[in-house]
Each structure stands twice: as C-alpha cells, then as structure tokens.
Design a protein around this ligand. Structure first.
Ligand code: NAD
Length: 256
C-alpha cells in the first residue's frame, strides 16, 4: 500500500531531507514551506523518485491555513497517513527584551500549528485505522539555553502534546512520537552562526566549536539523514507499539 506523508517545512533543511527520504521509500509527498521554489522541489522529487507529490505554501501562523493544508492533502491524495510537524522558527533575545509578537509567532508556528494539523488529520487516521504523527522537537525540548525563552517553551510544549496524542491514539493504531535533534547544519542554523559571529566578534568556526557545539559531547553537527532514517522507522507499519516517546539525536548533549 502506498502511504501519503505530509511534512511541514519540507522545502528546506531537515524537512526537505525527510521528504526526500520518504519519496525514495515510495511515499506520496505533500511538500510544504514558504520557500519560493517549493513547486519545483515537489515536481523534481516526483520525477526523480517516480512518486506523486504536491506542494502548499500555507502560512502556519494562521490556523485556517493549517486546516487548509491538511484539507488540500486529503483532497489531493485521499489520505494523510503520516504527518510530520517539522516547520519551526527561532528568535534569540534576553527575556526582558523579548518582543511579545516574536513569542506569539514562535508558539504559533512551532506548537499551535502542530496541534491544529494533528487535530485535522485525526478523524481520517482513526477511520483508516492507521496514523503516524512525528513531531520535530529539539534538544531544547529537554534542556534550556539562555535567550531562547519562546523556542525552548515551544519545544518543551510539543513533547507534552506528543505524550497526550500517544495516549489518545492507543487502540486506533495512531502513534505520536517526537525527535529531539542537537544542532543540524540547516539554513536556520547557518543564520544563527552568522548572527552569533557578529554578536560575539568570533570567527564562524569558533562560533560552531565554542558556542554551538559546546554542550554536545560529539563536536559534530547531527547529519540530516539520521533524522530521516529515524522518521522512516517511526512511520513504519510495524511501529504501532512505539508511541508517546521522544528520541534524542544530540551527540550526547542530554547525557550530561
Ligand atoms: P529551516 O529554516 O531550514 O526550515 C524551516 C522550514 O519551516 C522552512 O521550509 C520554512 O519555510 C518553514 N516555515 C517557517 N515558518 C513558517 C510559516 N510561518 N509557515 C509555513 N512554513 C514555515 O529549519 P530547520 O533547521 O530545517 O528546522 C526544522 C525543524 O527542526 C524546526 O522545527 C527546528 O526547530 C527543528 N530543529 C532544528 C535544529 C537545527 O539545528 N537545525 C535542531 C533541533 C531542532
């Protein structure tokens, strides 16, 4: 049976890598993201991996656009078997200067959109007797860093949602799990390297080694393909007993 995967934020970074891995594995893919070349990315993957794909640029800040994204996926493919809530944003500032609108956007994209999308796929998954929801949290779902109040709150929050959906899906073959990566070298992180290099007056290499990877025991970025492999494992037909859990891929960060 050919399954359908909706992966938010899949026209860049980790989401893109996951979407390509799922396309390679034969899934139908709903690509999604704000990148302007999203349609080309979806068409290219369809040709290269001989699978059906589509694309949406729904803005996840707006609840009705999240609902429409799920609706469009159902209308295009007839099902959403796998939902990967991956899209995420970051903003770094001391708490007393943290703008409320930045807090609200981060919570909307990183947490509320996952709730709305999960709610919207739930009925279809229940009816079909199969569902896999995978939330891309972060090591910051388990540990804090200074100046990331909204991001850390959103990533902790999504682990709570993961546990609740894991419980509610039990008995319906709907699982919900989270992946908590350490640093992965994507456009989101490349932006942070540049900002921190300017802010601290350090070279970009020093920012990577002395600031970013400081808390990871293994001083290497987490390869995107390991996250994709884990997502495929969690989405598998025989992964029904694995639910409500979070899986760290963090170079030993949370072992300390
Ligand atoms: P990225 O910036 O490369 O990609 C983010 C994706 O989300 C893009 O496709 C973007 O268009 C989409 N997006 C952002 N805001 C959106 C909005 N309002 N509406 C619709 N789409 C929107 O980032 P990434 O590094 O690949 O991060 C992906 C996920 O992994 C995020 O949830 C992030 O928090 C998490 N994560 C990343 C790292 C890392 O080191 N890169 C580590 C841990 C967790």
């Amino acid at each position: 049976m050919v399954r359908t995967a909706l992966i938010t934020g899949s026209t860049s970074g980790i989401g893109y890598s996951i979407a390509i891995a799922f396309a390679q594995a034969g899934y139908k893919i709903m690509f999604h993201g704000l990148e302007t070349n999203g349609l080309e990315i979806a068409k290219e993957a369809a040709v290269k991996y001989n699978v059906e794909t589509s694309f949406s640029n729904a803005n996840l800040m707006h609840p009705n656009e999240v609902e429409n994204l799920v609706k469009k996926t159902f209308e295009t493919f007839g099902a959403v078997d796998v939902l990967i809530n991956n899209a995420g944003i970051q903003f770094v500032s001391p708490v007393d200067e943290f703008p409320l609108e930045k807090w609200n956007s981060i919570i909307a994209v990183n947490l509320t959109s996952a709730f709305i999308a999960s709610k919207a796929v739930w009925g279809g998954m229940k009816k079909s007797g199969f569902g896999r929801i995978i939330n891309i949290s972060s090591v910051h779902g388990l540990r804090a860093s200074e100046y990331k109040s909204a991001y850390v709150s959103s990533k902790h929050g999504i682990l709570g949602l993961t546990k609740v959906l894991g419980l509610e899906g039990a008995g319906s073959n709907i699982t919900c799990n989270a992946i908590c990566p350490g640093y992965v070298k994507t456009p989101l992180v490349e932006g942070q390297i540049k900002d921190q290099s300017k802010a601290h007056g350090l070279s970009e290499e020093d920012v990577i080694q002395k600031v970013m990877l400081k808390k990871q025991a293994v001083k290497e970025f987490i390869p995107e393909e390991k996250i994709s492999e884990l997502a495929l494992f969690l989405a598998a037909e025989n992964s029904s007993a694995i639910t409500g859990s979070s899986f760290t891929l963090d170079g030993g960060w949370t072992s300390q």
